[in-house]
Each structure stands twice: as C-alpha cells, then as structure tokens.
Design a protein around this ligand. Structure first.
Ligand code: HEC
Ligand code: HEC
Ligand code: HEC
Ligand code: HEC
Ligand code: HEC
Ligand code: HEC
Length: 316
C-alpha cells in the first residue's frame, strides 16, 4: 500500500518492477466488521485485493482472493451496490460470453442507505408538502404503520437475508413489495436453522426464533430503531427484551444463579451471542488456520456454552 500525491493506492511489484497500481476510489462497509475497497476503470468497478478486518485489526486478502498473487480483475456488479448504496447509475448492460457485463456512469454513486431505500421514492411527497405546509397528514408516501407485518419484515430482509439469486434489481424495491418477487426461492437453504450462517441472515434466524413464532406481530423494529445508531447499547436492547419478558412474569429468565439486576443489563451475550461465521474467514500473515469473523446470531435461544463464558468473564 502506498500514499501518493493523488491518493492511497494498492500496488503490485514483481522483482521491484511495478506491475499494477490502483487507487482506493470507493469504500464499501461502515467498518463495523470490515472495509473493502474498489477502484474505477473504464466504466467499471473492481475490488482491490486487500481489505481491512476489525476482528483482527489487520489487513488481509479480500474474501475469496488467492493468497499466491495479487488479483486486480474482480469486477463488482450492481448487486453489491443494491445492498450497499442508494443509487449507482447503470449506463449499459450487455453479455460478454456467459457473463453479464455492466457499465456505470462516473460519479453517480449515492453512498449509504438513505431514506428512500426504506421509504420508497419521495419526490412527490416532498413537492406536495412544500406546496402545502399546513397539511400535517403525510401524502404520497407509504405509511409503514399501515403495512402488514410480513411486509415490514420484507423491507429489511431485502438486504438482511443473505445473497440470494436476484430476480429484479433491489433498487426497485418499495415498502409493501414482497421479498419473493426480488429473489428466486433458495433451494440450498439448510434444513436446520443452526446451520444457517450468522453472516447476513438475520431475517432467517430471527423468524426461526420462539420469540417471533410465539408472539404476534414482532419484527425488526421490535428491537431496532433504524433511524438511530444504537450500536453496542446492550442495556437498551435488553430493556426491549423485558418489554415482553417482564422480571415478575412467567417468561422471565430461568437463570436463577444471577441476581435479576445483573441479568437485566445484558440479555444479549447469553441469548444472542456473537458466533463465528463459516462464510467469512480471514487468514493474516503468520497464521496457519483462518480466523472466522463473528456476528450476532439472531436465533434467540439458550446457549449453554456462551452462558459459561459469560459467567467466567463476570467472575474475572
Ligand atoms: C438497501 C439495503 C438495506 C436495507 C433495506 C436495510 N438495511 Fe440494514 N444494513 C444494510 C447494510 C449494507 C448494513 C451494513 C452496513 C455496514 O456496516 O457497512 C446494514 C446494517 C444494519 C444494522 C447494523 C448497524 C450498525 O452499525 O450497528 C442494523 C441494526 C440494520 N442494518 C437493521 C436494519 C433494519 C431494521 C432494516 C429494515 C427497517 C434494514 N436494516 C434495512 C443494508 C440495508
Ligand atoms: C433502514 C430503513 C430505514 C431508513 C434508512 C429510514 N427509515 Fe424511516 N422508518 C423505517 C421504519 C421501519 C419505520 C417504522 C418504525 C416503527 O414501526 O416503529 C420508519 C418510520 C418513519 C417515519 C414515521 C412514519 C411512518 O411511515 O411510520 C418517518 C417520518 C420516517 N421514518 C422518516 C425517515 C427519514 C426522513 C429518513 C432518512 C433521513 C428515514 N426515515 C430513513 C425505516 C427506515
Ligand atoms: C443482499 C444484500 C447484500 C449484497 C448483495 C452484498 N452485501 Fe455486503 N453486506 C450486507 C449486509 C446486510 C452486511 C452487514 C453484515 C451482515 O449482516 O452480514 C454486509 C457487510 C459487508 C461488508 C462488511 C461491512 C461492515 O463493516 O459491516 C463488506 C466489506 C461487504 N458487505 C461487501 C460486499 C461486496 C463487495 C458485495 C458484492 C460482491 C456485497 N457486500 C454484496 C448485504 C449485502
Ligand atoms: C414481542 C415480545 C418479545 C420480545 C421483544 C422478546 N421476546 Fe423472547 N420470547 C417471546 C415469546 C412469546 C417467547 C415464547 C415463550 C413461550 O415459550 O411461551 C419467547 C421465548 C424466548 C426464549 C426461549 C427460547 C427457546 O428456544 O426456548 C428466550 C431465551 C428469549 N425469548 C429471549 C429473549 C431476548 C434475549 C430478547 C431480547 C433480545 C427477547 N426474548 C425479546 C417474546 C418476546
Ligand atoms: C429481539 C431483538 C432483536 C430483533 C427482533 C432483531 N434484532 Fe438485530 N440485533 C439485536 C441486538 C441485541 C443486536 C446487537 C447489537 C450490538 O451489538 O450493537 C443486533 C444486531 C444486528 C445487526 C448487526 C449485526 C452484527 O453482528 O454486528 C444487524 C445487521 C441486525 N441486527 C439486523 C436485524 C434485522 C434485519 C432484523 C429483523 C429481521 C433484526 N435485526 C431483528 C436485536 C434484535
Ligand atoms: C448469564 C447468561 C444469561 C443471561 C445474562 C440471561 N439469560 Fe436467560 N437464560 C440463560 C440460561 C442458561 C437459560 C436456561 C435456564 C434453564 O433452562 O435452566 C435461560 C433461559 C431464559 C428463557 C427461557 C425460560 C423458559 O421458559 O424456559 C428466557 C425467556 C430468557 N432466559 C430470557 C432472558 C432475558 C429477557 C434476559 C435479560 C433480562 C436473560 N434471559 C439474561 C442464560 C442467561
């Protein structure tokens, strides 16, 4: 990696002779887990061979990249941007042999997940309310509260149910649409929920949990407020568990060896522990076996091993 006048670069040398030189043009990922980087060349985005991983606080090969040589030809399709951005500006789509080849407009990428990715196109809504400032009832926008519970779940599952085979571009999704219209059915889905990888499958894991199955109308907003950054606020999340699992109710925790005051600060590490991903692993310099990335499982249940770890950490 090199700092040059025109930016940061990943550079490949062979016997001191420069082979490839590409700039960090685009970053994918907030850096909660990792960041990977893209460079722009002739209307296309390509992934750089090195990514940064928070778990090991180090650089490692980008997922799926060979350890033996630096690869610079992995093209990034619009499907990545469909979950990781708000618009990408596709200029042209054609077939190159058996592969789909996409060409993009330069500087048309809209970063982040903006309001319209969840709430749908809002231009008419904005125009109407600018012209009618006294009108307090929202017009020309889907009211989330009026949607069925499955529709609310599908809004999040569009990006949080893993990498299915797309039927339609995720960018076309509007609140109220059905997830099944956007992905082909997943015939490779493991039979046992315990085998679903924790990476990116929050929808499958959560909807297999007893909390969801045995309650009426629970969805992602039962715990998450998508408008706030609530990262690592385990006590606040635990309060939301206790809106159903009341300390004096019959579905409160049966872990009687801990006082309720300790329990109530953190339901999460015992019932939604961070577990190793099978799909995302990394091999850093000097390691002989890969380190798995870890994700909060959304299969909410009893984890005996994680409980032991929690108790041991508490004693320390
Ligand atoms: C258009 C795609 C998309 C949609 C729709 C979407 N998400 Fe996400 N969400 C993402 C991506 C991508 C990330 C990972 C961001 C990162 O770390 O780079 C993410 C991250 C998150 C996180 C972790 C945030 C953090 O920093 O701790 C939560 C929680 C979350 N989403 C909840 C939701 C919920 C709830 C919904 C539905 C109301 C939803 N998302 C809809 C794409 C989406
Ligand atoms: C990750 C998806 C997501 C994003 C991004 C998002 N929202 Fe929301 N928003 C929701 C969900 C889900 C609800 C319903 C929350 C609930 O049921 O408690 C909601 C509710 C609302 C409401 C209340 C009206 C209603 O339809 O229920 C307003 C207003 C709103 N959002 C505005 C915004 C604005 C403005 C932005 C951008 C700054 C934004 N939202 C970004 C998911 C999102
Ligand atoms: C179906 C939606 C979807 C697609 C398609 C997708 N991602 Fe993601 N990606 C996510 C979500 C959601 C997360 C957040 C972590 C999680 O839940 O696994 C994530 C996490 C990441 C992260 C780690 C960010 C962080 O710090 O949390 C990187 C890097 C990343 N994706 C890159 C890519 C690349 C490159 C592609 C295309 C090859 C891609 N993603 C395709 C949804 C998607
Ligand atoms: C909307 C209400 C609701 C919320 C919020 C909720 N749960 Fe539940 N949960 C339930 C219901 C209902 C059951 C099933 C109880 C029964 O068996 O009768 C359940 C079951 C469970 C079980 C037993 C699972 C099993 O496999 O035996 C655990 C553990 C649990 N919840 C923990 C949590 C935690 C931790 C949170 C917060 C992260 C949470 N719950 C949030 C309603 C909820
Ligand atoms: C019962 C409560 C609960 C429900 C329901 C729930 N989550 Fe979460 N979620 C959590 C908690 C707790 C965390 C961990 C927060 C942290 O560590 O910052 C979390 C973390 C996440 C993360 C970050 C993952 C990671 O490993 O960093 C994503 C993405 C996410 N949730 C998406 C969703 C989506 C999408 C849904 C609906 C399908 C959903 N969640 C439903 C409680 C919940
Ligand atoms: C130290 C780890 C730990 C913490 C913290 C913890 N639990 Fe538990 N929980 C367990 C274990 C272990 C069991 C199984 C107990 C048994 O069956 O003997 C359990 C059982 C449960 C059950 C199932 C009860 C039943 O009917 O079988 C629920 C619901 C639950 N916990 C909710 C919670 C909630 C809500 C919190 C936070 C207020 C919480 N737990 C905090 C470890 C923990």
């Amino acid at each position: 990696m090199e700092v040059r006048d025109s930016g940061l670069f990943q550079v490949a040398y062979s016997d001191s002779a420069l082979q490839e030189l590409h700039r960090f043009d685009i970053t994918i990922g907030s850096g909660r887990k990792a960041q990977t980087f893209l460079f722009w060349r002739n209307g296309k985005y390509f992934q750089l061979p090195l990514s940064y991983f928070i778990l090991t606080n180090s650089w490692a090969n980008s997922p799926g990249f060979p350890p033996a040589y630096p690869k610079f030809d992995r093209m990034i399709p619009s499907t990545c941007f469909g979950c990781h951005s708000s618009a990408v500006g596709i200029k042209n789509v054609s077939m190159e042999g058996l592969h789909l080849s996409e060409e993009f407009e330069k500087n048309q990428l809209v970063y982040g997940i903006d309001c319209e990715r969840c709430h749908g196109p809002a231009a008419e809504h904005v125009t109407f309310h600018q012209e009618h400032p006294q009108e307090k009832d929202a017009r020309h926008i889907t009211k989330i509260a009026s949607l069925k519970n499955q529709q609310k779940l599908d809004m999040c599952a569009l990006c949080h149910s893993g990498l299915g085979a797309p039927q339609k571009p995720a960018f076309e999704f509007k609140p109220g649409d059905a997830l099944s219209d956007y992905f082909f059915p997943d015939f490779t889905r493991p039979e046992k929920t315990a085998e679903v990888d924790v990476h990116g499958k929050q929808y499958q894991l959560f909807t297999a949990s007893k909390c969801f199955i045995k309650s009426d109308g629970m969805n992602c907003s039962s715990c998450h407020n998508p408008h706030n950054n609530e990262r690592d606020q385990l006590q606040a999340f635990s309060q939301r568990c206790m809106s159903c699992h009341k300390a004096d109710g019959h579905t409160f925790c049966k872990m009687t060896t801990l006082p309720a005051a300790v329990l109530s600060k953190n339901c999460i590490d015992c019932h939604m522990p961070a577990l190793p991903s099978r799909n995302i692993t990394m091999l850093t310099r000097g390691q002989t076996s890969p380190t798995p990335d870890s994700m909060r499982t959304h299969l909410i249940t009893v984890y005996r091993e994680e409980t032991k770890k929690f108790m041991a950490a508490l004693k320390k």
